[in-house]
Design a protein around this ligand. Sequence first.
Ligand code: LLP
Length: 422
Amino acid sequence: GAPHLAWGPAGLSLDGQALDALATEHGTPLYVYSRPAMRAALAPYQRALAGRAHLVCYAMKANSNLAVLQTFAQAGCGFDIVSGGELARVRAAGGDPAKVVFSGLGKTRAEMAQALDAGIKCFNVESEAELDVLSDVAAASGRRAPVSLRVNPDVDARTHPYISTGLKGNKFGIAHTRALAAYRHAASLPGLQVVGIDCHIGSQITEIAPYLDALDRVLDLVEAIEAAGIPLHHLDLGGGLGITYTDEQPPGADALIAALLAKLDARGHGGRELLFEPGRSLVGNAGVLLTEVLYLKPGEDKNFCVVDAAMNDLMRPALYEAVMGIVPLRPRADGTPELRCDVVGPVCESGDWLGRDRSLAVQAGDRLAVLSAGAYGMAMASNYNSRGRPAELLLLDDGRAVQVRAREPVESLCALERLPDA
Ligand code: LLP
C-alpha cells in the first residue's frame, strides 16, 4: 500500500531513509511522515479534477501537524476544519482561509464568529437549529455567512459502524426528507447566503458504489432545491476514500472521481464546482509509527511483545479493532524464532494493543514499524497514563528529515495545573 517504503540492507526505509537509524537518532515512539508520499497521494485527485472547477479540502483532523498542513497548502489545497483550533492551525501553517470549509455538528457561536472574521469559503451546516444561530451571529455584524447544508443521503458506506456517517441513524447531517425545507429556511434567513450542498457518508470506504448512490440522491436534491428557486454553486462530496492497511483494495482517487464525473456529466451537472474533503487517503500511507520492543513476555495462553508505544500514541487498534501492519525494521537472520504474540503497550488497560496474533522474530531492543499510521494516529493521541506524546519527523523532497514536533516533555504535561494552597 505504501510505495515509498522499501526494504534494503539497512532494513525498512521510507523515501530512502533507513528507519532504524532515524529511531536511533530521534528515539521512540516516533512518527515519521513522507512529504513526497503525501504529494503522490494528492496527485490522482488533482489529475482527475484537472480542467474542472474544484477544490480539494484536506480533512485536517486526520493529521494536523503544521508541516503536514503546509505541504497541502503549498500544493494548492484548501482545508476541511471542524473547530476553531483547526482554523488557528490553518493560519499558523500559511493556509488560505478563503479555501476553508467548516464541518461539524456542534459549532459554537465563538467558532462561527472566528470563521466569519477569517473569511472562510463555506460553513457546512448540520442542523436547522445551527442555521438559525449562524444567521444570528453573521447578521449581528452585518454579514452573510456562506452555507451548504450537509445532507444525509441515507446510504450504507459498508465500513466500520463507528466511522459510517451517511445512514439515517447517525447524528450527522440533515435527513434527506428534511433537506428541501431546510434549504427554504436557510434562504429566508437574513444572515445566510446559500452557496452549495454537502455530504460525507463515512470513512475507510473501499467501494465506488456507495459514492455513486449518494451522488444520485444528492443530485435529486440539487434539482429539487434549484427548482424551488435556490441556486447552488458548489457540490461537496466529502471524503472517506479508504486505504490499504493489510489486504483492502480500495479504488484509486482517480477511478472514484472519474466515475463521479461520468454521473455528473450524464445528469447535466458537469459544470459545477466540486469540493472533496479527503483525509486518510492523503496521509494514511505516508506515515509510520516506530516503536521499540521492551520485553518479550511468553505466557500460558498467549505471548506478549511489550513495546514502548501504546494506545495513547495510536488509538485505532484499541478503539476500532483496526488491523494495521507491524514489521521489524531490521528483520533478524540469526535464527531468532518466530513468536506468535500480541503486540501491546505499557498502558494499564487490556485494550492497549497495537496488533493481535502476529508472528514476530524479534528480541528486546529491536524496533518495529506500525504501518499506515499517518492518518488518525498522532491526531488522536492523548496523554493517558501521563505519557508525553511522540515526536514527529517529516521527510522532505531533498532528503532532509526534519523534526516537525518535539517529543512532549513531562514538564508540559503539568503546565496547566495548579496546586490549591493547602
Ligand atoms: N469530511 C468529514 C465531514 C468528516 O467527518 C471526515 C472524517 C472527513 C471528511 C475525512 O474522512 P477520511 O477521508 O479521512 O475518511 N478516526 C477514524 C476515522 C474518523 C473519520 C472522521 N471523519 C479512524 O481512525 O478510522
